[in-house]
Design a protein around this ligand. Sequence first.
Ligand code: BTN
Length: 259
Amino acid sequence: MQNNTFSGESLRQKLIVLDEIGSTNDYLKSQLSNFKPLPEWSAIMAKNQTHGRGQRENVWCSEPNSNITFSFVLYPTHLPLTDHFSLNMLISLGIIDWLESIQVKATIKWPNDILIGNKKIAGILIENKSAGQSIKQSVIGIGINVNQKQFFEDIANTASSILNETGKFIHDLPEACLNLLTHLHHRFQDHKCKKLNDSRLLQEYNDNLFRKSIISSYSTGNRSFEAYLLRVDKTGELVLLENNSEKKYYFKEVVFNLQ
Ligand code: BTN
């Protein structure tokens, strides 16, 4: 049974939409450090983000009033630090669920990207604070390219938007953000109450994995090689088959060669 403690209305009350902000992750983190703790699922969406941040110190550029850029806070104290990859899986699958609800088929490119075809349309930035052996606070930032048509030259070959890839224009971005939050919330509730157990979560993540069970090109440092993608395991390592032997790679140790 779905726990309805947070109905659509309650999540609606938790979503604040700002016209312009540097970075929704930074804004939420500053609110969390300045004031008494915000309730879980408090969310900030920005119509325009002037200093959006991505993974690995990258910038996240997003055309104003065209996309979804937002962050929300969770206190997943029930999750041991060793299970931190569950957060990535739940968030990635929540995004996939929302896209499916608008008839868009996407895949998860390990570890944190959402793709339509070969093009990245969404990225996830998770910033955790730990206490002892558990995750005390998690600020989760999501950027989804929705209606943006043009991309800077340096990313034009690898990035795209829902509009460019499917022809779907989404008019009400705050409402779309709320629907996305609702899908994310369902995933977390199902996981918390064990309706979605750890092995099914991992299975679903793997079922939606970009380039799963095919041979593709990867790079580590200055070495490029071909390998067969076997799976991602529960600790978040990418398991590749290279020259008939299994090799495991942690975040940042290997990247896909997309071209
Ligand atoms: C990535 O793919 O590198 C992660 C991108 C995350 C971008 C989002 S947009 C909302 C939130 N605020 C930020 O500054 N970054 C995240």
